[in-house]
Design a binder for this molecule. Structure first.
Ligand code: ATP
Length: 228
């Protein structure tokens, strides 16, 4: 599996062609739940990590491939002096105007998808034992379930999410609550989880849960888990 270099059989842009060649784990969770923390630890265990949120940031950072298209569609007011997307300004716009969200997604989604595919194929060919796709809106998008072999949800109480995001960013409580309200509910997310990672504050416990998940993914062969 991982020892055989992966070659896409037909359309090189088809991520589904990876299925069966390497175990595919989807990692999701609400804003501030701890997805980056978990993927960092899985990465330390040797997993191949593809973080779609990080990719979205890369393509809208200074020099990012989405910047010229965003400038063309939304105007220079949405680009800061370093050449990066003004995230706060864009966030406010797309919250107010669904059409603007569609235009933005029309620009960014194909670029994110292309980079996701390139990274996944690169990591599969590098011999990673399994791939982790970090997808904040996995449950909401509905596109991923057929591809993934396993879905892990990082979970913590909503109040903890809000506190963590406020501490980390300049967002207000109201802004975080608004983002939370636009995401799938905790119940919806948990109902689709194969594994729930409880990130309620005890990092030692989380670490142990992540190690279990890693062992489980290592043991995934021929479409089934050989260890639990
Ligand atoms: P986002 O959806 O905003 O990208 P995320 O789900 O990736 O967030 P993280 O960035 O991993 O979440 O965590 C959010 C913040 O909470 C970070 O500052 C992180 O260091 C902190 N954090 C995560 N888990 C814990 C924990 N168990 N105890 C204390 N702080 C934590």
């Amino acid at each position: 599996m991982a020892s055989t270099p992966y070659k896409p059989p037909g359309d090189p842009s088809d991520l589904t062609a990876l299925k069966g060649h390497i175990p595919l784990l989807g990692l999701t969770g609400g804003i501030g739940s701890g997805k980056t923390t978990v993927s960092g630890l899985l990465g330390q265990f040797g997993a191949g990590i593809i973080d779609t949120d990080q990719i979205a940031h890369q393509i809208t950072a200074p020099g990012g491939i989405a910047i010229p298209l965003i400038r063309e569609q939304f105007g220079v007011d949405f680009i800061d002096s370093s050449g990066a997307l003004k995230r706060g300004k864009m966030r406010s716009l797309v919250f107010e105007k669904p059409d603007a969200r569609k235009v933005l997604e029309h620009i960014t989604h194909p670029l994110i998808r292309q980079k996701t595919i390139e990274d996944a194929i690169g990591l599969a060919n590098a011999g990673k034992p399994y791939l982790v796709f970090v997808i904040p809106l996995l449950i909401e998008s509905g596109n991923w379930q057929g591809l993934l072999d396993h879905i892990a949800v990082v979970d913590c109480p909503e109040e903890t999410q809000i506190e963590r995001v406020i501490q980390r960013s300049k967002l207000t409580r109201e802004e975080v609550a608004k983002i939370l309200g636009a995401q799938a509910s905790r119940e919806e997310r948990l109902s689709q989880a194969n594994t729930i990672l409880n990130n309620d504050g005890d990092l030692a416990k989380l670490n142990a849960e992540i190690e279990d998940l890693h062992q489980k993914m290592i043991g995934f062969k021929n479409n089934t888990f050989t260890s639990s």
